[in-house]
Structures are given as structure tokens and as C-alpha cells.
Design a protein around this ligand. Structure first.
Ligand SMILES: C[S@@+](CC[C@H](N)C(=O)[O-])C[C@H]1O[C@@H](n2cnc3c(N)ncnc32)[C@H](O)[C@@H]1O
Length: 357
């Protein structure tokens, strides 16, 4: 890490020591930091994107004396064009109701409000929730809830907002989700939101490209194929748009060895390969026809217990071998089928055939 930092020209290394104050012109150099007392926490910036984007973000963080926190996946967006792309992909129009997860400093929230949306923002970090409330205190088109999205009752929050809109039946539109989410909760977010096609028309997420590909790309006969891929296809039609080198800022820790040794919080301005994934949610009336969605996914999960095993083995705690073979036959599948060979349609046929046996 030290050699990485040293490889940057000094003007790209902004020492923002002295309690995290931002300097308009990065001036201090890396070597200046080594004169700080041992174990003193300090911070500095490596590399630089568009100065306006990073200064706006850093000033917002500085106003609350905050570092981006790794545990909360706080990678803050420094490309305002990416925020605009997200809003345009979701086709956000005047009067839309939009759910944003993790508004952070409010850079995407701002673009949503400018586009005319009313925004419900769920932010787990109390400091960032307070920052966003303060930043948009002048508008009544933002409601910020300080909650953990993975634990909140999003359906009841959305229903009370939709009901409160007092719209005529012909004007009621389903809401949208537009968010740059922390990568560590991307699977939870997808699992919670995709079955809500009665409330949301689309979910547009900025995801790390590898996480995005794991969710949407693997199809049957691929070694990466998992129950989550069957789940995504059951509830949505998706589109994937890769974005190379998106500028974000996050915080990392390092020891700078010297005399004395200094522990630093480093603000790293970095570029990540991300992707915008749009899930067009099916309305519940469009879901594949199964007698029970719960028992359908229970079958899919059981089928993948022992991915390389044949279904007549993995499902034998639920059905007899002859029931499974008859159902496979009824679904037009070989008796030796394995879970990663079945498409969504195949699973539906297999489930329905077993359910009626
Ligand atoms: C990747 S940052 C994105 C921030 C901002 N939207 C942007 O584009 O710069 C993720 C945000 O989600 C928040 N967050 C993390 N875990 C969360 C959770 N479980 N529920 C709600 N917000 C969460 C973080 O505090 C942070 O503000």
C-alpha cells in the first residue's frame, strides 16, 4: 500500500490530517504524515477524480466529522453522471414515488428530487440519515427513515405512502426503486424487493459487476447456476448495463511505518467496475403458475442441496424415487437430471407434477 501511495505524484496525495479538514488544493505530502504521534489516527486522499465531485462529497462528510465506514459498505459515488444514468434508466418522471436504499451524502437523492420524484430513503447510518434530512430540509418530497433495510417493513412503509398520495385509481402508478446499494446486502435487497411486483414496477440498482453477474447471468448448465438465479427469473425480466471505472471514495486503514509508526484512515478515491441492473418486476398475475410459491422455492432449494447430485437423490427426503422419476418423465426430463440442468420452466413443470402426485 505504501508503495502504491508513493507511486502517486505528490499533488494527488492530499493529506487531510488535522482532524479531517479538507483543503482546496491538496498540499501536504505523504512524508508529512510520518511526523504524527504514534497511533494517532489521521487521514489522507490518494488520487483524484473530478475535484468538484470529491470536494462536494468530502465536505458533506466533513460537516458531520465522518469517515466512510467499511462495515456499512460506504463507497460514495463521485460520478454525478452515473447518478443521472441510474435515474434515466429508471425513467423517473414527475410524480413518481421512488425508494432509495442508502442515500449516504444524498448525491443520488438530489438527482431523483430534481427529476420530480417523491423519495423514501432508508439509511442505516444515523449520521448520514441526519445529513440527508438536513440537506433536503427545504423539500417535502423526501422522507428519510433511519433503519436497516434488511430488517425494515418496506411493504407497510410503501403502502402508507402510496395511500397517502390520494390519487385517482387511473393515476396510480407502481413505485420504483433506484439505489446505489452497499454490495454486501445486494442479495438481501434483491430477495426482499423482487417479489413486490404489486408495489414496484422496476428496481434499478448499481451493483459491483461481479455481484451483478452472479445474480443475473448464470443460466442452466452453468457451474455458477444457483437458486437465486431461478428466483430472479421467476419474479422479473432483467437488463444488465456494464459501467467501467466508476469513481467512488471509501475508507481504508493502514500503518505507515517509520519513526514513529502511524495508523491512518486513508480515503481512497478509486475506480470500480460496476453495473446498472434493471429488474422489470412481473406483476403477481404474471408469475409462473404454481400452486404454492413457498413450496416451489422449497423444492428448488432442496434440489440444489448437492448440486452435482441427481434430483432423484436430492429430493428423496420429500418424495419417493418412483414419484420423482414419474414427475421428471411427466416434465419431459431424463430420470438422471441434475438441478443445474433445469430451466425455470422445467422446475415449474417438475414442481407441479410432484404437487399433483
Ligand atoms: C454504497 S453507499 C452509497 C451512498 C450514496 N447512495 C452514493 O451513491 O454515494 C451505501 C449507503 O448505504 C448505507 N447502508 C449500508 N447498509 C445499509 C442497510 N442495511 N440499510 C440501509 N442503508 C444501509 C450506507 O450507510 C451508505 O450510506
Amino acid at each position: 500500500m505504501v508503495s502504491l501511495i508513493q507511486s502517486f505524484p505528490p499533488y494527488l496525495i492530499a493529506a487531510v490530517a488535522s482532524n479531517w479538514r479538507i483543503q482546496d488544493k491538496p498540499s501536504s505530502s505523504y512524508s508529512a504524515l510520518t511526523s504524527f504521534p504514534k497511533h494517532r489516527r489521521t487521514s489522507f486522499i490518494v488520487s483524484a477524480a473530478n475535484p468538484d465531485d470529491y470536494h462536494a462529497t468530502l465536505k458533506a462528510l466533513n460537516s458531520r466529522n465522518r469517515f466512510p465506514r467499511k462495515s456499512l459498505g460506504q463507497h460514495y459515488m463521485l460520478n454525478s453522471t452515473v447518478n443521472e444514468q441510474l435515474v434515466s434508466v429508471a425513467n423517473v418522471k414527475n410524480g413518481d414515488l421512488v425508494l432509495e436504499i442508502g442515500p449516504g451524502t444524498g448525491s443520488l437523492t438530489n438527482v431523483l428530487i430534481v427529476a420530480g420524484a417523491t423519495v423514501l430513503a432508508i439509511e442505516k447510518d444515523p449520521h448520514m440519515a441526519a445529513l440527508v434530512k438536513e440537506r433536503f430540509a427545504d423539500t417535502d418530497r423526501l422522507k428519510v427513515l433511519e433503519e436497516d433495510f434488511t430488517r425494515c417493513h418496506i411493504r407497510s412503509h410503501m403502502l402508507s405512502l402510496l395511500e397517502g398520495q390520494n390519487l385517482a385509481a387511473s393515476d396510480i402508478r407502481r413505485a420504483k426503486v433506484v439505489a446505489n446499494i452497499p454490495f454486501n446486502i445486494s442479495k438481501d435487497v434483491v430477495k426482499q424487493l423482487l417479489p413486490m411486483g404489486d408495489i414496484f414496477s422496476e428496481v434499478v440498482l448499481l451493483l459491483q459487476d461481479e455481484a451483478a453477474l452472479r445474480l443475473v447471468e448464470p443460466s442452466s448448465k452453468s457451474s455458477e447456476y444457483r437458486p437465486i438465479n431461478v428466483f430472479v427469473k421467476f419474479y422479473s425480466e432483467w437488463q444488465f448495463m456494464p459501467l467501467m471505472a466508476v469513481n467512488t471514495v471509501y475508507c481504508s486503514e493502514m500503518w505507515v511505518f517509520g519513526s514513529p509508526k502511524v495508523r491512518c484512515n486513508i480515503l481512497v478515491l478509486t475506480q470500480v467496475d460496476a453495473a446498472v441492473v434493471t429488474f422489470k418486476l412481473k406483476h403477481p398475475s404474471e408469475y409462473p403458475s404454481v400452486p404454492s410459491i413457498e413450496s416451489f422455492f422449497s423444492l428448488v432449494h432442496s434440489a440444489f442441496n448437492g448440486k452435482r447430485k441427481m434430483l432423484r437423490k436430492t429430493l428423496q427426503h420429500m418424495f419417493t424415487s418412483s414419484e420423482i422419476e414419474a414427475a421428471l418423465d411427466g416434465a419431459g426430463l431424463p430420470a438422471t437430471s441434475r438441478p443445474d440442468e433445469l430451466t425455470l420452466d422445467d422446475f415449474v413443470k417438475l414442481h407441479n407434477s410432484l404437487a399433483s402426485s
